[in-house]
Write a protein that binds this ligand. Sequence first.
Ligand code: 13P
Length: 340
Amino acid sequence: MQDLAETAKALVAEGKGILAADESTGTIKKRLDSIGVESTEDTRRAYRELLFTTEGAEEYISGVILYDETIRQSAADGTPFPKLLESKGIIPGIKVDQGAKPLALAEGETITEGLDGLRERLAEYRELGARFAKWRATYSIEPDKPSEYCVWTNAHALARYAALCQEAGIVPIVEPEVLQDGTHTIEQSRKATGRVLQALYTELHDQRIDFTGTLLKPNMVLSGYEASDRAGVDEVAETTLECFYKHVPAAVPGIVFLSGGQTDEDATAHLNAMNARGPHPWQLSFSYGRALQAPALKAWEGKPENVEAAQRAYYHRAKMNGAARTGMYAPEMEREAAPV
Ligand code: 13P
């Protein structure tokens, strides 16, 4: 368990956070479609290579979450991606859930699948270099949702996943994502997020998880993206912190937020505002997908001549989020340090 705690701590080392590059084949197709690039094994590989070879990203990036296809792929020079990342001091991780599927007898709610055969898959991923893993459960906010049924079945599955990871010597990142779409108030989000976290830590405890060898990847507590009167940065920071102080044990070394459809700059500003109110019992960091990648994807357009511009855009976002780790980010830095 000592190794697990060390890996978890390294993933939330000062000034650093995680790049989520574990989009499933369906999700990465949507991202590539948005820039007019056909999704093939090779375009997906080329895009991930661009990210992983960005010089200096390791100053701000501690780990990268890979997908099953990606962990088996190599850079153009033949270096397997996990080896390439390790050579830069970046820890390779792997998404192991098999997606959120309709929860039986619960209209509009989901249960995340992927437990069958997980012990064997984890053993193989460890051989391939993975030192941490991710499992994402999703919950919607509506007057009657999330239901207790959805909250507890997903908590149970997250804990079963976490136990198998720790047995395999892999740090589990547990990701309960309360989706922030819709018109809900920040108070409704706080209530749903608290409920989900309370159930999750009950199950993790009951299934014998060593919290020191885990990380939590949650949503921030926000007003719904379509709400008319949305909470500002200070209210988001204070409400999110109040919720986490109440529900997340201090033995957890780090909370690595997902961006979940916030703009890149909002995701950075919110993280910064929380860290500015520190110190906290846990490191507060990032494990962003879209909020780290969006400008790079746009700059790339699938063209080799744009690789450098795309890498500059990714490096810039990593640097801004690195600053937000210590509460030293300011929106002016976007302009001053903007990639040319
Ligand atoms: P976003 O930051 O784009 O929400 O992605 C993080 C992630 O890994 C979702 O599972």
